[in-house]
Design a protein. Structure first.
Length: 136
């Protein structure tokens, strides 16, 4: 089980996808399953798989990460992923129209955490309310 940052490259186009995982080997299998089923979250990667096959992708580990005593591993992985995203500017990493690295680079300030918490609590309250209405 390898913790770190990985790179998926499409052999034909050279397009790349950078990812992070606490278990890179398992994550690679997960990518393949999603692509086989036609359900990958990266629509661009899915289109390439549909057009060329799963064999048209290479997979490599860019960086292994070790937990730091004073930080959560997710913070370490996030920093390492941002570094690689900024360096490689992968074409297949998109979240809507926003690059994933830009999405994750937003700082979790106390105010942002507070606003996020309010949104999450409101969403759960709505779900609970809908469940209660469905029970009636």
């Amino acid at each position: 089980m390898t913790i770190g940052i990985y790179l998926i490259t499409h052999k034909v186009t050279g397009d790349r996808y950078v990812g992070l995982s606490k278990n890179i080997e398992q994550r690679w299998k997960s990518h393949l399953r999603e692509l086989e089923k036609g359900e990958h979250t990266s629509k661009a990667m899915q289109a390439l798989a549909n057009e060329h096959s799963l064999d048209s992708f290479t997979f490599e580990i860019l960086e292994e990460c070790e937990p730091e005593p004073s930080r959560r591993i997710t913070a370490t992985l996030g920093d390492a992923e941002r570094k690689w995203m900024e360096q490689l500017k992968p074409e297949l990493n998109l979240k809507g129209t926003e690059r994933v690295s830009e999405f994750y680079s937003k700082q979790w300030t106390p105010e942002r955490k507070k606003q996020h918490g309010i949104k999450i609590r409101a969403a759960w309250a709505k779900i609970r309310q809908q469940r209660n209405q469905n029970k009636k």
